[in-house]
Write a protein that binds this ligand. Structure first.
Ligand SMILES: [Ca+2]
Ligand SMILES: [Ca+2]
Length: 268
């Protein structure tokens, strides 16, 4: 127990499970206005509070990569990841870098999307008014690629990290239904040489009154395509159905069944 968000009130941390080397803890911050402890989340280490710098640090590792995360108070009685120090121990040398983040930036994960042997980071930037940029950043912090998503209907989309034997890729899936038309599409691509290199794609469009509805086989083929890719994917960020969902997490829940279209396919 300690005051993790520096508001003068003691907060709670509980060990989540017993791992091999990291030390995941669940965190709750006391809210002095409601008198209740509010769940913050699970962090991959034990917090070390530094009162002088008004931050706490969490140390964790992934193989030979060691992270020190610095969490500082935000404007909402909580904390945000403000700085991450990364040290990678190689055979002959170690490399170090420091990543810094604003209160509205949420680092999600790392992967080598341009397949040049160095990992990029995926960062979600909350621009306010329910508009978000998903950015793939190089290690120097510059953006290699970005995409705007929003919780208004036209901005609904989901981005996934797809991993197979060839490496990492981005998978975008946008199931879009409006009163007049439906347009479902997915694209799997890398960022090789800094450009979108499409590995596979699929689309399905029709008027939502069902007049030009595709055959059942076309729905099934589209669903097999996207669901097959989702099997090897993790969610990065989604605004589908107007619901904001941050990764990294299982793609479960995003599989396409077209259950909302049963009437159109004559299966109701
Ligand atoms: Ca507190
Ligand atoms: Ca790379």
């Amino acid at each position: 127990m300690a005051d993790f968000n520096f508001d003068g009130y003691t907060d709670i941390a509980l060990q989540a499970w017993v791992p091999v080397y990291n030390h995941p803890d669940y965190y709750w911050f006391y809210n002095r206005f409601t008198g209740e402890f509010e769940y913050f989340g699970c962090l991959n280490g034990e917090a070390v509070v530094d009162g002088t710098n008004r931050e706490f640090t969490i140390e964790h590792r992934d193989g030979a990569t060691y992270y020190t995360d610095h969490y500082r108070p935000d404007d909402a009685n909580s904390v945000y990841l403000a700085q991450r120090d990364v040290v990678i121990y190689g055979e002959n040398r170690e490399t170090m870098r420091t990543e810094t983040y604003g209160k509205n930036e949420h680092p999600i994960t790392y992967a080598d999307f341009d397949r040049n042997g160095t990992d990029e980071s995926v960062v979600v930037v909350d621009r306010g008014d329910f508009v978000y940029d998903v950015q793939v950043r190089r290690q120097d912090g510059t953006a290699l690629w970005q995409q705007e998503l929003a919780t208004v209907h036209a901005g609904w989309s989901s981005l996934f990290l797809h991993i197979d034997a060839d490496g990492a890729a981005l998978l975008q899936y946008s199931p879009y239904m409006s009163t007049g038309s439906a347009y479902y599409s997915y694209t799997l691509f890398t960022l090789k040489d800094g450009h979108e290199n499409i590995l596979s794609k699929g689309e399905l469009s029709f008027a939502s009154d069902g007049k030009d509805a595709p055959e059942k086989a076309e729905f099934d083929s589209f669903a097999d395509g996207i669901n097959g890719l989702l099997t090897d994917s993790f969610l990065l960020f989604s605004t589908e159905n107007g619901k904001v969902e941050y990764g990294l997490k299982s793609a479960e829940g995003h599989y396409e069944t077209f259950s909302n279209l049963d009437w159109l396919r004559g299966e109701s």
